[in-house]
Design a protein around this ligand. Structure first.
Ligand code: SF4
Ligand code: SF4
Length: 77
């Protein structure tokens, strides 16, 4: 599975990455006021969250050995 690596020292809590994820993989933790990777199995490594972060705090680490994500192929079958 892919990993969401967050650099806490750079994150400002702006929520842009959370809003940017069009597959709802990233959710918002109200207690810590930080994003978290709630549904890593659905991440399609588009990197939109990573490039949207104005602080460069997000790094999506791609697992190249994982099966093809369902989110890409649902509707095709
Ligand atoms: S976009 Fe970047 S700075 Fe904003 S909440 Fe996400 S990780 Fe933090
Ligand atoms: S890489 Fe794409 S699918 Fe994965 S968490 Fe970021 S925006 Fe969502």
């Amino acid at each position: 599975m892919n990993s969401f690596i967050l650099d806490e020292s750079k994150c400002t809590g702006c929520k842009i990455c959370y809003k940017a994820c069009w597959l709802d993989v990233i959710r918002w933790d109200e207690k810590t006021d930080r994003p978290f990777f709630a549904y890593p199995q659905d991440c399609v490594e588009c990197n939109y969250c990573e490039i949207s972060c104005p602080s460069g705090a997000v790094n999506i680490k791609i697992d190249y050995d994982k099966p093809f994500p369902d989110a890409y192929i649902s509707g095709i079958r």
